[in-house]
Each structure stands twice: as C-alpha cells, then as structure tokens.
Design a protein around this ligand. Structure first.
Ligand SMILES: [Zn+2]
Length: 157
C-alpha cells in the first residue's frame, strides 16, 4: 500500500467522521477536515467522493440558503452513521493492536480475536475476521464505499 493510498483513505475517513458530528456544506467539510489532518482537501477529491456516498445512500444532500445563495448541505443517513461508527471502532482497534501485539481484531466488527479467526486476502492484504460472515460483510461494504476505477483515475490525473 503506497503512502498516497493511506493519505487518500485517511481523507475519506475524515470526511465521514466530520459529517457524523454535524451536517455541513462542501466548503465546511473542507475546513473541518483540514483542521483535523492539517492538509487541505482537494475539491476534485471531495465532490466525487460525496457523490459516491450519496449514490450509495450513505449521505444525503439538501439545498439550503447559506449567506446569499443556496448551497448543498450534506448529512449522513442512518447507514452513513453506521459506517462512521465502524470507522471509529477501527481506529480504536488499531490502538488496541499497537499495545497488545498478540491480539487480532476482526476487520469488520472490530471484536477481539484471541485465538483462530478467519483470514482472507482482500486487495493484496491478508485481513483477519472473526468469521466468514464478517469477511463477506466487509467485502460488501468495501464495494459500496470504494470509488470506481474510473473515479480513482480521474482523481489521479
Ligand atoms: Zn467480526
């Protein structure tokens, strides 16, 4: 996994987490994310990602007047909130893993696995799950939140 991929994932996660706190318009999201990660978010990354989230029913947008003109305000749907909770849990599990090296944590539900577990290679990485059902659920989730190849290529231009 390249450094760029990590940064890209971090920005996408931050966008979801920022929206889990309050509904925001595009510029507001950019400001909040920048405050957190200390780097500006490229609008050419933000807007296609918001569109992707909206298409997958994770975010909904409504036009509301902000100052002089109406702007799109983005907020998480119920499914989007569940995604935000999973992101928080994953961050928490990264910390647990760092301080308890013998522990495995299910990549989907974030439960602690002390023995066994189920392993599967997904996207060049071997991931650990508590069971085959969690692996399947993770794959479903991944395909619904991952930008298409086409979107990714456009962002990299
Ligand atoms: Zn699990």
């Amino acid at each position: 996994m390249s450094g760029e991929d990590v940064a890209f994932d971090m920005i996408r996660s931050s966008i979801v987490l920022v929206l889990s706190e309050k509904p925001l318009h595009g510029y507001g999201i950019m400001k909040e994310v920048e405050n957190r990660i200390g780097k500006p978010v490229n609008p050419s990354l933000l807007y296609p990602f918001l569109k992707q989230l909206e298409k997958n029913d994770l975010v909904r947008s409504t036009k509301k007047p902000v100052g002089q003109k109406p702007k799109n305000i983005y907020e998480l749907t119920t499914t989007g909130r569940e995604l935000a909770v999973r992101i928080y849990k994953r961050i928490a599990s990264m910390v647990s893993l760092a301080i308890e090296p013998n522990l495995s944590i299910c990549f989907h539900c974030s439960c602690k696995i002390y023995e066994g577990g189920y392993r599967e290679v997904i996207g060049e990485r071997e991931l650990v799950f508590c069971c085959v059902h969690c692996a399947q659920a993770y794959k479903n989730e991944l395909s619904s939140t991952q930008p298409s190849e086409e979107t990714r290529e456009r962002m990299l231009e």
